[in-house]
Design a protein around this ligand. Sequence first.
Ligand code: FAD
Ligand code: NAI
Length: 471
Amino acid sequence: MADYQVIVIGAGPAGYVAAIRCAQLGMKTACIDKWINSAGKPSLGGTCLNVGCIPSKALLDSSHHYYDMNHHANEHGIQCDGLRIDVAAMQARKNNIVSTLTQGIGSLFKKNKVTHLAGTARFINAKQIEVTTQEGSQQTVTADNIIIATGSVPVSLSIAPVDNEYILDSTGALALTEIPKKIGVIGAGAIGLELGSVWSRLGSEVTVLEGLPDFLAFADRKIATLALKELKKQNLDIRLGVNVVATKVIDQQVQITYSNAQGEQEITVDKLIVAVGRKPFSEGLNLAAIGIEMNERGFIKVGDDRQTNIPGVYAIGDVIGGPMLAHKGSEEGIMVAERLAGQKTEMHYDIMPWVIYTFPEIAWVGKTEEQLKAEGITYKVGQFPFMASGRAKAQGNTSGMIRVIADAETDRVLGVHIFGISASELLAEAVLAMEFQASSEDLARTIHAHPTLAEAMHEAALAVENRAIHA
Ligand code: FAD
Ligand code: NAI
């Protein structure tokens, strides 16, 4: 008999959620994770909790308070003379949040009777795993089913090798102890915009160099245009369509050479953040030896049930590709656990919420107009500006809008795109509407409390049939 019914490798949001759900469903479960934090201790939660979603949002919130106090407190009659930021205290707050949450997963494991094995996993065969602790001791454990959830790591650029002193990856950019005067960022994606915002709000001059000619090329064009304009107003110098050709560390600064339509350009910064995407991580798992198939980009290949080509071995989260988002991995973890328990759980990948935590936030679900045009689907759009929302006005930020896109024939909601305050929270209504296959009329006939930002969703839905009241 195997030691466990299920072994999960990796305790990021995909793996730890899978392990908890397996245990809830009565399976004897272990979760192996190799993460060691800066204090040298094993830490659960993977990229998301240790160096991703959570610490970045902690710094975004701190830096937003500081920026808001500096720029907008006086509008409320609040005088903030002598305001200053204590970076060490801000980082300590972030570290405290991370350690509380990562330890919280340990408690959830105990509560649900998941065995936590701290160490690095390596396949011996499809049912047997060798675990090596950081001290070097080894044990072998066996399981009927194995779920690989080993996540991803940053993509590196040979022209900008990360040393985490001058050229930083996202982990280095989250750990800065001083505010650099000038920061360069390669990549205007989620990380570039979020971490660029953090340091820019605290006073750094931030230049973001994006390879593509369009800003957030995969987002709704109107929303992306509004967001770009607003972020530029906040002093994020976003340069599109650039080709970074070289970087050089000279005299404790980084010289960046890039070309754009105007020819070759050079800027010098104190720190350079490289944020050009993430790649799957499965090093050291010995996958080739047991014959697990991967695609040409290193993602583990899986079927609809997230099973690899080896029966009983599953893979979930960033390591299989698709949107590299925490909630995507967690839902896959739940799906695999429930399927192992004989349930028929499925996921709707086309109803995936996306959020970029700039201020205000950019959030969307479903299709863009461009995608619908390419697919030959006819649609109607209703949009409503936050400028016309009483609550947005009272809160002091009226940037942006909500756009609801519905099928021209059936009225079914096909996409919702938001740029505005609390977009991440407002999006949940749209995600639920799409899960329930709601029409724009369903949203329009739903009573929304007044005064709320959610009324803008109501009005955008009303606008699909040109019957918005307040615009
Ligand atoms: P990971 O979280 O990468 O976890 C994998 C785990 O496997 C790690 O703990 C690793 O140590 C362990 N592991 C790997 N190999 C082995 C082995 N051989 N043995 C044992 N353990 C092993 N996503 C969002 O949805 N929202 C956000 O706001 C957001 N913000 C982000 C901000 C930043 C700065 C970054 C970098 C990422 C952000 N992400 C965000 C992305 C999110 O962090 C990832 O999509 C998510 O963590 C992927 O989860 P995962 O469980 O697949 O992998
Ligand atoms: P990303 O894929 O979001 O953005 C990378 C950007 O870099 C793209 O715009 C790309 O065009 C650009 N780029 C690539 N190579 C380049 C080059 N050589 N020169 C200039 N520009 C170049 O990746 P990012 O920001 O690194 O984030 C990694 C992952 O983490 C993403 O998949 C994202 O989903 C996830 N994440 C999610 C967050 C969220 O949900 N709020 C926050 C942060 C990360």
